[in-house]
Design a binder for this molecule. Structure first.
Ligand code: GLN
Length: 497
């Protein structure tokens, strides 16, 4: 039998439904693959073999009884360690949550279980999702399966690496400034940030509440759509959840046709800071869209230049407030509680030991930006910039159906290269942050390898709020055209681990 770990999620589900293979066999094949390669990749922080095999067994039993299975029943998945999982460790890549067992499932977790998806374990991430490389994980970095000495992106590097290393056909990420799309870009996989409010944040440990958005990661556009459909939709437990029908992303992924669509190239996302091979592959992707029948125009979004500085006020401000809950009393780690120290002293010692340098930097930045006398000049000003960015998008989408850009300015950089230079690290999200600021939807998918280093380049497609289906329609068309051109999926060219 063909290697079960190389199948797409759609193929896997079809084989299970047809009885050609059992869900338990599929789960075991992936657990074996994890055992084989994860010592090198380090995509997982926690592998839940028993939980996965039990979930798979339940799917097989339902099938044996003649129950109709959902479109992803029995398909394994890697879950970013920022979603709560009842009784299964959830660390957010931080020492401060070491040993914490959540008493409840996130809505995303619950929906996955209800869909019969088999959760293999929890994936590595930058601590509290702050970073672009997974180097900020308290548990050590993840390697990029294309080159283990390079970063798999971040903060969701573990989820993306699990896909690229064939440890799972599906994964879940979260995207506050690019943490689904940038890892997808540098690993040659597909990642989608849905419209803000499209996927519930209940049980997603908060970093920056007005920007955080969970979303699907996969190796194909259709698989991402199937996963998107499984996790999206209104949730009364999340006050920012959108109470409206989810756009039909699966139908869109099956309707790969861009003829007559208008595509805007964001003028601001080009220039000398873009690696030559990234610009080259991006220009070719734009040409491809033209050949496929789209009308391509250049669009200027002048306020996008201010997205990054505004993001680094808003995200740390909200983080400083959200992370106040890690007080040594309620969750995880407690340091120095000898019966004599005050609660404040224990809190301080715990945070000193439990938070890493990037998290501390953001808490300090955010606390400063929110402090009395500075609030209007920093946080308030940044929120105004956010409105300007949303207006740029409105003006753009009055002219075009989708926007496109490179996902990130470079291919995967070497582990360590930017670790001591936060500003260089922050630049990885130059093209992704505007969509978090405005709340609209965006996708990254592979558009080839950069000639100079042979590493994957990502194409970003950006759609208006609640038009997530357009991402899949355009993405599927681009993916099909590349498959035709390349003769095989891009990941087939990744070195064998
Ligand atoms: N890299 C960005 C940051 O460090 C975005 C992270 C994210 O999307 N979670 O904040």
């Amino acid at each position: 039998m063909a290697d079960l770990t190389r199948l797409t999620a759609a193929e896997t589900a079809a084989r299970i439904a047809a009885g050609e293979v059992s869900a338990v066999e599929v789960a075991q094949a992936h657990l074996d693959r994890i055992t084989e390669v994860d010592g090198k990749v380090h995509a997982f922080l926690h592998v839940d073999a028993d939980g996965a095999l039990n979930a798979a067994k339940a799917v097989d039993e339902r099938r044996a009884k003649g129950d109709k299975l959902g479109p992803l029943a029995g398909v394994p998945l890697a879950l970013k360690d920022v979603f709560t999982t009842e009784g299964v460790p959830t660390t957010c890549g931080s020492k401060i949550l070491e040993g914490w067992l959540p008493p409840y499932d996130a809505t995303v977790t619950r929906r996955l279980k209800e869909a019969g998806v088999v959760i293999l374990g929890k994936t590595n991430m930058d601590e509290f999702a702050m970073g672009s490389s997974t180097e900020n994980s308290a548990y050590g970095p993840t390697g990029n399966p294309w080159d283990l000495a390079r970063i798999p992106g971040g903060s969701g590097g573990g989820s993306a690496a699990a896909l690229a290393a064939f440890e799972a056909p599906l994964a879940i990420g979260t995207d506050t400034g690019g943490s689904i799309r940038q890892p997808a870009s540098v690993t040659g996989t597909v990642g989608v940030k849905p419209t803000y409010g499209g996927v519930s944040r209940y049980g997603l440990v908060a970093f920056s509440s007005s920007l955080d958005q969970g979303g699907p990661c996969a190796r194909t556009v259709l698989d991402a759509a199937l996963l998107h459909e499984a996790i999206a939709g209104h949730d009364p437990r999340d006050s920012t959840s959108i109470d409206a029908p989810v756009p039909d992303v699966v139908a869109a992924a099956r309707n790969a046709d861009v003829r007559g669509m208008r595509v805007g190239v964001v003028k601001e996302f080009a220039g000398p800071q873009y690696q030559a091979g990234v610009s080259q592959r991006f220009d070719e992707a734009v040409e491809l869209l033209r050949e496929l029948g789209a009308e391509v125009v250049e669009i200027s979004c002048p306020n996008f230049d201010y997205a990054m500085p505004a993001y680094y006020l808003i995200a740390p401000s909200e983080a400083s407030s959200n992370l106040a809950r890690f007080d040594a009393m309620r969750y995880g780690l407690r340091v120095g509680d000898n019966g004599e120290r005050s609660a404040e002293e224990v809190m301080s010692l715990t945070r000193e030991a439990g938070f890493g340098p990037e998290v501390k930097r953001r808490i300090m930045l955010g606390t400063y930006a929110l402090s009395s006398g500075y609030y209007d000049a920093y946080y308030g000003q940044a929120q105004k910039v956010r409105t300007l960015i949303a207006r740029d998008f409105d003006a753009a989408f009055a002219q075009v159906d989708v926007l496109v850009s490179p996902t990130t300015p470079t291919t995967a950089f070497p582990i360590g290269e930017r670790a001591d230079d936060p500003m260089a690290m922050y630049l990885a999200d130059l093209c992704t942050i505007p969509s978090n600021m405005a709340g609209n939807a965006a996708m990254s998918l592979p558009c080839g390898l950069a000639p100079e280093d042979g590493l994957p380049v990502g194409l970003q497609i950006i759609a208006p709020t609640m038009a997530d289906d357009r991402l899949y329609r355009v993405g599927a068309a681009v993916e099909a055209a590349y498959l035709d051109r390349w003769g095989a999926p891009l990941l087939d060219r990744a070195p064998v681990l």
